[in-house]
Ligand binder design. Structure first.
Ligand code: NAD
Length: 342
């Protein structure tokens, strides 16, 4: 039998554990797996692009457990009543190839993306950071804010979105949770006085939602929205000025802000900071940039953390996903156990 967490149980699990503890648990799980980065199979995700958006498969394995996520990115979806990003994921046992765990990952992706951003910022942002600008207040945004509060104690947010309804929704969700909000009049206004700037917009375009002139020395930029070929958010000057950290460089070259840079521009794969191979932030006035596209190891960590926490509880069902005849060669005869022979 395969463990299974559906949308209803995922939401129930987050409510029951508390979103803060879940985000902290995910940060620890993701950091632990980044620390053993080289023990994983690493490959850029497999993408199917259409004029509507992209559908991607994100596989990895640590030699014992194999995992993959199915995820889409359709920036025009909200205008048609659908979400931009939805996902589900699987873990499987490497020794026999059987899938052991299956889960919804639309919610889990928002949680893992936020946990990754905050974990990385915990190593790169100035420790005295108090204020974060958020450009783009769609589905991912509240999760990002909650994770940055958990990891860095950020309570003051300066927010901007081209859609006033998205800002109103963000305020409705986060004001009762004790955040201070400044609703900005533009991206530049949001960035003013911010220690950290998160860009999480969705537009299939080489956009510039943040200009270099609006990034003060010492800022950490958490850029998560540029994650597809032809889809970027930052003025490239920010990448030249700053020190750029990425997940898996070959994937980020295809999908991240790095698309805008020449081949000889060398970013730092973030796992190297945790391994002690290189420093994180090196000066209080340095601009640091996390050019995040989302990597398979983060999904693997999130699924592993979820599986370990829910197995044996009523948050996980057990589903009959794999046909298992008593005689492993008699798959045909196995059908008879379910329906009369015709
Ligand atoms: P969403 O569609 O729910 O929200 C995006 C928001 O951006 C919308 O409210 C939209 O009005 C706003 N926006 C678009 N252009 C803007 C602009 N120029 N200035 C200000 N606001 C603008 O999408 P989402 O689910 O919140 O995802 C946000 C982005 O993050 C997407 O591009 C998605 O692909 C990406 N993403 C990245 C990761 C990762 O791991 N890096 C994970 C999940 C999602």
């Amino acid at each position: 039998m395969t463990g299974f967490v559906d949308v209803h149980d995922m939401a129930r699990w987050v409510r029951s554990r508390g979103i803060g503890p879940v985000l902290r648990g995910l940060m620890d799980a993701i950091e632990a797996d980044f620390q053993r980065w080289q023990g994983f199979e690493r490959t850029p995700r497999i993408a199917s692009h259409t004029p509507f958006g992209v559908i991607e498969l994100m596989p990895t394995s640590d030699g014992e457990t194999y995992g993959f996520k199915y995820v889409n990115g359709h920036p025009s979806n909200p205008a048609r009543g659908f979400q931009t990003v939805t996902a589900f994921g699987v873990l499987a046992d490497v020794h026999n190839g059987y899938p052991t765990f299956l889960a919804e990952m639309t919610l889990l992706t928002a949680l893992r993306t936020a946990a990754t951003s905050a974990m990385v910022a915990g190593h790169l942002a100035r420790p005295d950071s108090t204020t974060m600008a958020m450009i783009g207040t769609g589905s991912q945004a509240e999760f990002q804010a909650m994770a940055f509060r958990e990891r860095l104690g950020i309570r003051s947010l300066r927010v901007w979105d081209t859609d006033p309804d998205a800002i109103a929704k963000f305020a409705r969700n986060l004001l009762p949770r004790g955040f201070e909000l400044h609703v900005a009049a533009s991206g530049a206004d949001a960035a003013e006085g911010a220690d950290i700037i998160t860009t999480c917009t969705a537009d299939k375009a080489q956009a510039r939602v943040l200009e270099s002139v609006d990034v003060a020395p010492g800022t950490h930029v958490n850029a998560i929205g540029g994650d597809c070929p032809g889809k970027t958010e930052l003025d490239p000057e920010i990448l030249i000025r700053g020190r750029v950290f990425v997940e898996h460089e070959p994937q980020t070259r295809i999908e991240g802000e790095l698309q805008q840079m020449p081949e000889d521009f060398v970013p730092v794969e973030f796992w190297r900071v945790l391994a002690g191979d290189t420093s994180g932030r090196s000066a209080a006035d340095e601009v640091t940039v996390f050019d995040s596209v989302g990597f398979a190891i983060e999904d693997f960590s999130a699924l592993r953390y979820l599986r370990d926490d829910v197995t044996g509880t009523d948050f996980a069902q057990r589903i009959d996903l794999v046909a298992e005849p008593d005689d492993p060669k008699d798959l045909f005869g196995f059908i008879g156990a379910y329906s009369p022979v015709v």
